[in-house]
Structure formats: structure tokens, C-alpha cells
Design a protein around this ligand. Structure first.
Ligand SMILES: N=C(N)NCCC[C@H](NC(=O)CCC(=O)O)C(=O)O
Length: 446
């Protein structure tokens, strides 16, 4: 008998060093906004407002903490030495790019934090977590250790939750977490089909691959995660992303497809072998028929899909059908806005569209779906997890007050070496682990 389960969404709280450093080759927004002045306070408040709106609608909403940045241990490991201020000064003088990488607030995009398999799918019937090594980008490759600590602190009880270390940090096992992983199912508590989408086969040089931009996720990484999580072959589908899409700026599958329940909402250029992918899902999905909501290039050109982040939306169950939570940019691009109006008129599974303003994050290539990690939990697991990170009215109030007190309204590249910034961040994060009841998770706290 399937247990009752919900999908909880854990959004990354935007960190105090949110900035635009142009660190992600292949991510069009990150490159085009390089060196713009950011507003960390606005970014964090936009993220919290999104969480609050969804929590108010009755969705289970959690918060994952930002990481300590600039990350002094990373700078030390690269040979900068002396006091923290000496290190910041030397890094700012000698290598502003390294300092920028060690200062990115990129942990806000928790769709990349980990891959999570619900207990209904796994061999030992526990929820499995593997933090993503994010080895494709240096600034993101330093996330997984603290991410792992935060997840272990929140999902601590080993009788319900299993935690794996991230995969080896090399390009052959490049893993970007849930951004390339979608689960289709009849109901959250039923065994589902886990769709792993990869950009490249690492150990086959002849296999199709993008020509311009890097493929961040490999088949080998996806297969390793499926093995670690104890997923049966009959419940797993591996699909190659269309290299053409990667070269157009689709650096993760969640920039071109999103699934929920029995519904897969995707662009016709999402997969290399569309028909095979759909057939493989159909043959494995039990208890429901796959609803494939396909968007053609004629309806929405690939370029508009990337610019609007139409597919980087959250697809959520409501009592009246599914709701698509889209970024505001979707209403600024004519083809996309028109498409959304048509979509809700259709008799399909998506019955409403809601717009969220996450512009500060969008300018670095992160829409509503990038900002959240989905964790399906049955009633026992929900009870067993740490509740201090679940958004209530009171926690929302506390976090907004905390952001107002600690965050700057302007940050540019020249500010990253400011020793005051590091002090502000540590003070803020020390208070935050207290607010969220997480214990010590940061290097500076250990
Ligand atoms: N699609 C998903 N799930 N996530 C979006 C991640 C955006 C992130 N941007 C950045 O890391 C840019 C940082 C900078 O340039 O300052 C990235 O490219 O990894």
C-alpha cells in the first residue's frame, strides 16, 4: 500500500554576497550581466517572497541556508596566506577571478544542490540524498561539502534518510543534481520513474556532444547516482539532452523541461531522441498515463525559451489541476506570453499560471525552479525531519528581519575583497544557523 506523501520544496536562501561575476560559460544570463551591480538584499527578499507565497498556498516549503562566502578555506587551499584580511587583499590584487569564484552566492540554486530519490523508489525504502559535485564550474565545485552537512542536519534520522558523499569531482562524473533529474509518478507516495538527463557520455568520445558549450552532466554520473540510491532499472530512464539545446544556452535540463506527477512539460528540442524517451517513460510508469505537454519551436522558439526561462518553472499540484509558477520574464516575451495564455485554455493538465519576480536571480540564470530542491516525503519522513527550516509566518518574519539587518543593497566586484563584507557575512550566518536550529555547519563555526 502506497503511503501518503507530499512534495516539499527547499529553496536556497540567497546569500549576502550575491553578485554578477560572469562565472558560468554556457549560461547566457550569467555572461551577459557580468560586472553589473547586484542588490543582495532585494535578491534575498525576492526569494523569501516566493517561498512565502507558495507556503501561503499550502505547499510544504523549506529553506536551505546560504554558504560562507568569500570562502577563506578555498583561498587558503590555493596558496593565499596570512590573516583573513591579508588573504582577501592578496586575492583581490592577484586574482580577482579566483576571489569572485570563492565569493559567489551560487548555493541559492538548490536544484543543483543534490539528487534526491524518494523512499517509494529506493531498495531500502529510505530517502536518498547525493550532493552534486558541480565539478563543471570551479565556483560551484566548492559547494558540496557544506550542502551535505546542511542536508544531514535537516534529514538526520538514518532510519528514514540515507546520505551519500558527492561523486568524484572530475569531468567524467560531472553531476549537477536535481536540475537534470525529474520524477514522474501516479502519486507522490507511489513508486515513480526517475528520469535522468545527461549532456554527454564521458567514456565515449564518438557519442553526440555539444560543440560550443560544456555538457555539465554525464551519463556515467547519472548511472552512479541511480546505483547509489538503489533504484531498480525498471524505474529509471536515462535520456540524452539535445546537444543543440546546450549550445543555445540550455546548460541544465530544467531550462527546457519540467515534470510533476504524470506530466512532462517540455520543448521539442529538449531531448536527443524524444520518441524513445517518451516510450521509455510510458513503459515504466504505473498507475497513470504520461501526459506529455510538448511545446514546439513554432510556438516558442528555443531562443525565447532560454531568454524567458519558461521551462524553469515550478509545476505544482493544486486542487484544480497543475499550476505553473513562472518567472516574470515569461510575460515580457511575446511568444511565451501568448503560449501561456493558450496553455491554460487547453484541456490539458496545466490549468493556471502564476508569475514570480526573481529578477535578481534570473540575471545569473536562475529561475523559480533553479531556486528549489524537491524532496518527496511521506508522513513519517515529514515528521522525522528537522522542522526549524520549514517556512511558517513566524520564520518568514524572522528571516526578512534578518535580511534587512545584515544585507547590503549594492555589491560590485570591487567589494568582494572588503574584509568588512566577510565579517558581516559570518555574523549573519552565525545568527542564521541559530534561527534555523541547524547547529554548526560552516567551516568558520567548526
Ligand atoms: N538551472 C539551474 N538549476 N540552476 C541555475 C544555476 C545558475 C548558475 N549561475 C551562476 O553560477 C552564475 C554566477 C555568476 O556568474 O556570478 C550556474 O550557472 O550554475
Amino acid at each position: 500500500m502506497a503511503k501518503h506523501a507530499v512534495e516539499a520544496n527547499f529553496d536556497g536562501l540567497v546569500g549576502p554576497t550575491h553578485n554578477y561575476a560572469g562565472l558560468s560559460w554556457g549560461n547566457v544570463a550569467s555572461k551577459s550581466n557580468v560586472r553589473s551591480v547586484s542588490n543582495p538584499k532585494e535578491a534575498a527578499l525576492q526569494g523569501l517572497a516566493k517561498m512565502k507565497r507558495l507556503a501561503d498556498r499550502g505547499f510544504v516549503q523549506g529553506v536551505l541556508p546560504p554558504h560562507e562566502r568569500p570562502h577563506i578555506p578555498t583561498l587558503r587551499a590555493l596558496g593565499f596566506s596570512g590573516s583573513d584580511s591579508d588573504i582577501l587583499r592578496a586575492a583581490a590584487d592577484q586574482s580577482p577571478s579566483i576571489l569572485a569564484a570563492a565569493s559567489s552566492a551560487s548555493t541559492m540554486w538548490t536544484a543543483n544542490a543534490a539528487t534526491v530519490s524518494p523512499s517509494a523508489d529506493t531498495a531500502d525504502h529510505r530517502v536518498h540524498f547525493t550532493p552534486a559535485n558541480l565539478s563543471a564550474k570551479f565556483h560551484r565545485s566548492i559547494e558540496h561539502r557544506v550542502t551535505g552537512r546542511a542536508l544531514k542536519s535537516i534529514f538526520a534520522d538514518e532510519s528514514w534518510f540515507a546520505h551519500h558523499p558527492s561523486l568524484p569531482s572530475v569531468s567524467q562524473f560531472g553531476d549537477e543534481g536535481a536540475a537534470n533529474h525529474t520524477r514522474l509518478c501516479a502519486g507522490y507516495g507511489e513508486p515513480g520513474v526517475e528520469l535522468f538527463v545527461y549532456g554527454q557520455i564521458a567514456f565515449n568520445e564518438k557519442a553526440p556532444a555539444p560543440k560550443l558549450y560544456p555538457a555539465r552532466q554525464t551519463l556515467e554520473a547519472s548511472q552512479a547516482i541511480a546505483r547509489l540510491h538503489g533504484l531498480k532499472d525498471s524505474h529509471v530512464v536515462f535520456a540524452q539532452q539535445n546537444p543543440e539545446a546546450i549550445d543555445a544556452g540550455v546548460f541544465h535540463n530544467d531550462v527546457i523541461a519540467v515534470g510533476n506527477g504524470n506530466t512532462l512539460f517540455y520543448h521539442e528540442l529538449a531531448f536527443l531522441e524524444e520518441e524513445t524517451v517518451l516510450a521509455n517513460i510510458r513503459s515504466r510508469l504505473t498507475g497513470a498515463e504520461l501526459e506529455a505537454v510538448r511545446v514546439s519551436s513554432e510556438q516558442v522558439p528555443l531562443e525565447d525559451a532560454v531568454a524567458s526561462y519558461l521551462f524553469n518553472s515550478q509545476l505544482l499540484n493544486t486542487p484544480d489541476g497543475m499550476m505553473l509558477a513562472v518567472p516574470g520574464e515569461c510575460r515580457e516575451i511575446a511568444s511565451v506570453s501568448r503560449y501561456l495564455d493558450e496553455l491554460v485554455q487547453d484541456a490539458g493538465p496545466i490549468t493556471s499560471v502564476e508569475v514570480f519576480d526573481v529578477k535578481q536571480s534570473m540575471r545569473n540564470g536562475g529561475g523559480p525552479a533553479c531556486l528549489r530542491l524537491r524532496v518527496v516525503l511521506n508522513d513519517d519522513e515529514l515528521k522525522a525531519m528537522h522542522h526549524g527550516v520549514l517556512l511558517t509566518d513566524a520564520l518568514y518574519e524572522r528571516l526578512t528581519t534578518w535580511v534587512e539587518a545584515h544585507y547590503r543593497e549594492e555589491l560590485s566586484q570591487g567589494d568582494l575583497g572588503d574584509p568588512m563584507l566577510l565579517e558581516e557575512v559570518r555574523k549573519a550566518l552565525d545568527e542564521l544557523t541559530g534561527i534555523l536550529g541547524l547547529g554548526s555547519i560552516y567551516d568558520f563555526q567548526l
